[in-house]
Design a protein around this ligand. Structure first.
Ligand SMILES: [Zn+2]
Length: 433
C-alpha cells in the first residue's frame, strides 16, 4: 500500500494562521509527513504480499534505523542510540530532565501494514516540524524515539527494547532469545553493529523523561464507528502468549488405522475451536496464529504440533479464566487422542491503566479543549511497558478498515494530518507552557 498521497485539501490550510484552523485540520507539517512517508515506504516491503517484513536487527530494520538517524540529523536534533538499541533524537538538553518524549517503533510483524509503528515515528518528526513552523518555544527537552523490536516477530517476545530499558526483561533471558534460525539476540545485535554486552535497565535515562506520548494507528474501528479522526487511550488490555505442545506419535498416513493413531493435530484443532468459543463467551480474544508441525510430511501423522496462543481480555481475571478453560479442553481432548499437552506461558503483560491526569490533559489538548474520545485497546505497545516507570499516554488515528498487522491496515491522509496536528498540540501544551 502506498502512503498518503498529496491531495488538494492538504494544501489549502498551509501557510494559514494556525489559530484560524479547526481542531485536527492540516497544519504546517503535511509536506514533511509526505516526504518522510514516501522515503520509508519502500523499506522492507515484500513485492508479492505488499506487506512489510521489518524484523529486528535485519537489513530492513537497519535501513529503517538509518532513515531515523537521517531525519534526526536533517533537523539538527541530537542523535543517540541507547544501550538497548533504541534510537533517540533530542531537541534541547536531555540532562535538563522532565523531557517530553514521543515516538513509536519501525519494526513490523510478518507482512505487516505500513502504519503500525511508523505512523507514530513519522508523526513525531512531523510534529516537531509543526512546532517549529508555529514558532513554539519549548521550555523542556523534547525527543523523538524509535523503540527496537516492538513486535517481537523475530525473537518471539514483544517490546524487547522498551522492556530492557524499563527493567522488565531479565538480561539473561534476553541473551537467550533466539530466532527461527537459531541466531541469538546478542548475535543479531552484534551483526547489526550494536554492543550486546551493554543491554540492560536504563533507569537514569527514564528518569529524564517527564512524559511519553505514543501516537499509533488504531487497531480496531472504534474511532471510525464514532466518526472521530483522533482518540486517546484509556487502558491496554492484559495480554499474553502461551505455547501449547501437543505430542503424539508419527506414523504412516496410509497404513495406520484411525483407531491406532495418536494424532496431535486432532487435539490441536479441537483446541483452536475451543479457544474461539471460550473467548467469545467471555468477551475476550484468543488466537492461534502460529503453528509448527513435526515432522511436517503430507503423508505422515504428526508427532508434534506446537501452537502459540495469543489471548487478551479487559481484566486479568477474565484472561486467566479463558486461558485455563482452553488448556482444560486441550488436556481433555488430548486424553482421548493419546496426546500429551504441555503449556508454557511465554510472556504476560498486565493491564495498563494510563496515568489519568496525563490522559485527560492529552485528550483535551488533542481536541483543543473539546476532549477527543478515550478508548481501551487490546494491542500491546511500548507505551504500556513504559507506563510502569513514566507518565505515559497514547493517541490513536482512525483506521477505516480496522485491520492491523496486515497490508490492509490504513489511515487516510487527512486523518494522518489530524494526528500530527493533535500530537503537535499535545507537545506544545506539555513542553511549551
Ligand atoms: Zn505498534
Amino acid at each position: 500500500m502506498s502512503g498518503p498521497q498529496r491531495g488538494a485539501t492538504g494544501q489549502q490550510g498551509e501557510g494559514a494562521d494556525r489559530h484560524g484552523t479547526t481542531p485536527g485540520s492540516p497544519g504546517a507539517a503535511p509536506d514533511s509527513f509526505r516526504t518522510m512517508w514516501r522515503d520509508l515506504a519502500g523499506i522492507g516491503r515484500h513485492p508479492s504480499s505488499g506487506g512489510y517484513r521489518r524484523f529486528a536487527w535485519t537489513a530492513a530494520d537497519t535501513d529503517c534505523r538509518a532513515w531515523f538517524e537521517e531525519q534526526a540529523r536533517a533537523r539538527g536534533l541530537a542523535y543517540e542510540v541507547d544501550r538497548n538499541g533504541n534510537q533517540w533524537a533530542w531537541l534541547g538538553d536531555p540532562a535538563a530532565g522532565d523531557a517530553v518524549v514521543t515516538g513509536s517503533h519501525l519494526d513490523s510483524v510478518p507482512d505487516g501494514g505500513a502504519f503500525d509503528g511508523p505512523l507514530g515515528v513519522v508523526s513525531a518528526f512531523a510534529a516537531v516540524d509543526e512546532l517549529r513552523a508555529r514558532g513554539a518555544d519549548p521550555n523542556k527537552p523534547l525527543a523523538v524515539v524509535n523503540f527496537g523490536d516492538e513486535e517481537g516477530a523475530r525473537f518471539g517476545l514483544a517490546c524487547v527494547g522498551s522492556r530492557l530499558t524499563a527493567g522488565q526483561l531479565d538480561v539473561e533471558r534476553a541473551r537467550e532469545l533466539r530466532d527461527a534460525d537459531g541466531v541469538s539476540l546478542p548475535q543479531a545485535m552484534e551483526r547489526a553493529g550494536r554492543d550486546p554486552e551493554a543491554i540492560g535497565p536504563d533507569p537514569e535515562r527514564l528518569a529524564r523523561v517527564g512524559a511519553f506520548v505514543e501516537l499509533h494507528v488504531e487497531q480496531g474501528r472504534a474511532l471510525d464507528l464514532g466518526g472521530h479522526p483522533v482518540g486517546a487511550a484509556s487502558a491496554i488490555w492484559p495480554h499474553g502468549r502461551w505455547r501449547f505442545d501437543f505430542r503424539g506419535e508419527a506414523n504412516h498416513a496410509g497404513t495406520t488405522r484411525l483407531e491406532d493413531r495418536r494424532d496431535p493435530m486432532l487435539t490441536y484443532a479441537t483446541t483452536v475451536l475451543a479457544a474461539r468459543k471460550k473467548a467469545r463467551l467471555a468477551g475476550a480474544l484468543a488466537t492461534f496464529g502460529k503453528v509448527a508441525v513435526e515432522p511436517g510430511g503430507v503423508n505422515a501423522i504428526a508427532s508434534l504440533v506446537r501452537g502459540w496462543l495469543d489471548s487478551r481480555a479487559a481484566d486479568e481475571q477474565t484472561l486467566a479464566e479463558v486461558v485455563t478453560a482452553i488448556e482444560q479442553t486441550a488436556r481433555e481432548r488430548g486424553q482421548r487422542d493419546g496426546v500429551t499437552v504441555d503449556v508454557v506461558r511465554e510472556s504476560f503483560t498486565p493491564v495498563v491503566e494510563f496515568a489519568h491526569e496525563l490522559r485527560d490533559t492529552v485528550a483535551a489538548l488533542a481536541g483543543r479543549g473539546r476532549p477527543v474520545p478515550v478508548l481501551p485497546t487490546g494491542a500491546g505497545h511500548d507505551a504500556g511497558i513504559l507506563s510502569a516507570r513514566v507518565p505515559t499516554a497514547m493517541l490513536f488515528v482512525r483506521n477505516p478498515t480496522g485491520v492491523s498487522h496486515a497490508p490492509a491496515e490504513h489511515a487516510a491522509e487527512d486523518d494522518c494530518a489530524a494526528g500530527v496536528t493533535a500530537l503537535a498540540d499535545v507537545l506544545e501544551g506539555l513542553a511549551c507552557r
